[in-house]
Design a protein around this ligand. Structure first.
Ligand code: FO1
Length: 316
């Protein structure tokens, strides 16, 4: 049996939480064996720039550039451009640092020249010295739209950043996702994977937009390999961000079990947190680990535990 570190692993992530798992993986498997497929439902146009927050979080994290206090953006960045915008009478609500701005400028320029998002992300990753593969879930624009009780219909970043995820959500719309197609790169990565992981990202805001891309579910289900999700919910609370609040607004019990049920047949196994004492009568493989990743050592430890468990229980 080959060491699991020699297997090809595809990990699906949204923003900060899921990316922690990708960083853990990057530390223990060969870069050519790691593919990170990233949510782009959060992407938007802002001051003429194409902003892809989750992709950039992955790029900056895997290249060691990330602002570790925020989990997104570039470390030691300045806000000269934003301050100049303010002096021109604007009230920018989305914090774009100057170094970060270079990424948005180049991406927007290359998009306007006709390059696909997949090509651009590969270019950026290569320039940042990342050896593993980072892929947007699709090249099409598929904005997540948030319908709220209090603020009407909002674009994702208006909901998340401008209104600090306080509006009460009535439903979510994964706009255009059924018209969007899988790229050859995403299809090939899934078809050649030995293990598929879903990071502890928000199921409804980060993972659902990925699963809604047309053919994504069917492509995943066609692979008879371990497909494992990690919970973002511990003891009825979100590790970070709006997951718990959103779940209760959408009418779900706030629990790891609700997250496992969200994935349904898409997964063959589920990792919940050891602090959660009741996770019974689940009809798939499940295991409890310490899923809270504060340090890089935590990320590597959790990833090693998950891979060892996958090797034992799912027999790869
Ligand atoms: N998150 C915030 O809470 N406030 C911001 O001003 C903000 C700016 C920002 C700029 C670039 C970037 O790549 C990410 C940024 N984020 C910001 C994070 C991001 O909007 C969210 O974490 C994700 O969309 C949710 O996964």
């Amino acid at each position: 049996m080959a060491l699991i570190t020699e297997h090809k692993i595809v990990v699906f992530v949204g923003g900060v939480g899921g990316t922690k798992l990708a960083l853990g993986l990057q530390n223990i498997i060969a870069p050519e064996n790691l593919t990170v497929i990233v949510n782009t439902g959060d992407d938007f146009w802002h001051y003429g720039l194409r902003i892809c927050p989750d992709i950039d979080t992955v790029l900056y994290t895997l290249s060691g550039r990330v602002n570790r206090d925020f989990g997104w953006g570039v470390a030691d960045d300045s806000t000269i451009t934003l301050d100049a915008l303010k002096s021109l009478g604007e009230s920018p609500w989305f914090l774009l640092g100057d170094k970060d701005m270079a990424t948005h400028l180049l991406r927007s320029h290359l998009l306007r020249q006709g390059q696909s998002l997949t090509e651009i992300v590969q270019h950026l990753a290569q320039k940042m010295g990342i050896q593993s593969t980072i892929l947007p879930m699709t090249d099409a624009e598929v904005p997540t739209i948030v319908h709220t009780e209090t603020h009407g219909t909002l674009e994702f970043q208006e909901y998340f950043v401008k209104h600090r995820w306080q509006p009460i959500v009535t439903s979510l719309e994964y706009h255009n996702s059924h018209q969007a197609s899988l790229t050859d790169e995403v299809t090939n990565a899934i078809n050649s994977a030995d293990v598929i992981l879903f990071g502890p990202s928000n199921p409804w805001l980060s993972i659902a937009p990925i699963l809604e891309v047309s053919e994504m579910r069917a492509t995943l289900l066609s692979r008879n390999i371990p497909r494992i999700a990690v919970t973002p919910i511990v003891e009825g609370k979100a590790i970070k961000g709006p997951a718990a609040k959103l779940m209760s607004e959408l009418g779900y019990e706030v629990s790891a079990r609700s997250v496992a049920d969200f994935y349904g047949d898409v997964i063959t196994g589920f990792v919940y947190d050891q602090r959660d004492t009741h996770f019974e009568s689940y009809d798939k493989d499940s295991v409890a680990f310490d899923t809270i990743m504060k340090t890089d050592a935590d990320k590597i430890r959790l990833m090693r535990e998950i891979l060892a468990w996958v090797t034992q229980t799912e027999g790869i």
